[in-house]
Design a protein around this ligand. Structure first.
Ligand code: ADP
Ligand code: ZN
Length: 231
């Protein structure tokens, strides 16, 4: 299964990508995570990328395409993958098609686009907190930790991503609307698009996505998905 998750910042792409990863046993490939790892390592690419990320602007294609192409070449991506945060423009979508054709002769199976209203995005993203130790995510509004600033799972310290401040979130939304939103039409025209309402509890969004995946899941994966819903 080769999936793309599309949607504005804070739409829940990361949460849903991890749900699908656990369900189908294929890797979640997040361009944002790959870029943040490069920034953290202070590689030449990371230092360059950070300038754009801090402002909420898109990192230039040559940098992003290199990272993604390398990641898609890893052995765990052979049986499928969930792309989260990539592609983000029509140019990136075309580059992705070319990369996949070269590697396997097969394109994307489905693009899942999560829709969430702008004001809800600003509210969600500015409340987002991540654990410095284990990466668990919280939301001060919808999923607060039990103790302020402390991870429930491991006791690690929680932090706010630098680009999650309200001003930067608004800029990321503008970039999304101008540059990424046209992908809805692009993939719609190619009959690859499933538009999903991203509002509601995470479990409700899960069910909508699983319904949209329908024929792409094996019988055992469908059974696993419905067991997950009953719990
Ligand atoms: P979100 O989806 O919440 O905006 P991401 O972690 O996907 O967060 O992205 C964070 C930042 O990383 C973006 O604002 C952008 O600067 C950069 N980035 C991530 N993916 C891409 C991409 N495909 N192309 C260009 N820049 C990207
Ligand atoms: Zn933790």
């Amino acid at each position: 299964m080769r999936l793309v998750l599309l949607g504005p910042p804070g739409a829940g792409k990361g949460t849903q990508a991890r749900m699908l990863r656990d369900l189908a046993g294929i890797p979640q490939i997040s361009s944002g995570d790959l870029l943040r790892a490069a920034v953290h390592e202070r590689s030449r690419l990371g230092v360059e990328a950070a300038k754009y990320m801090d402002r909420g602007e898109l990192v230039p294609d040559d940098l992003v395409l290199n990272l993604i192409d390398e990641r898609l070449g890893a052995s765990d991506a052979k049986k499928g993958f969930i792309l989260d945060g990539f592609p983000r423009s029509v140019a990136q979508a075309e580059a992705l098609t070319a990369m996949l054709l070269k590697r396997s002769g097969k394109g994307i199976d489905l693009v899942i686009a999560l829709s969430v209203p702008d004001e809800e995005i600003v509210r969600r993203v500015s409340g987002r907190r991540t654990c410095t130790q284990c990466g668990a995510m919280y939301n001060l509004v919808s999923e607060p930790p039990q103790r302020v600033g402390v991870c429930d799972k491991c006791g690690g310290e929680l932090y706010q991503r630098e680009d999650d401040s309200e001003a930067t979130v608004r800029n990321r939304l503008n970039v999304y609307n101008a540059t990424t939103r046209p992908l809805l039409e692009y993939y719609g025209a190619r009959k690859l698009l499933a538009q999903i309402d991203g509002m509601g509890r995470p479990g409700e969004v899960d069910s909508r996505i699983i319904a949209a995946l329908d024929g792409l899941l094996s019988k055992s994966e469908r059974a696993k998905a419905s067991r997950g819903r009953d719990n």
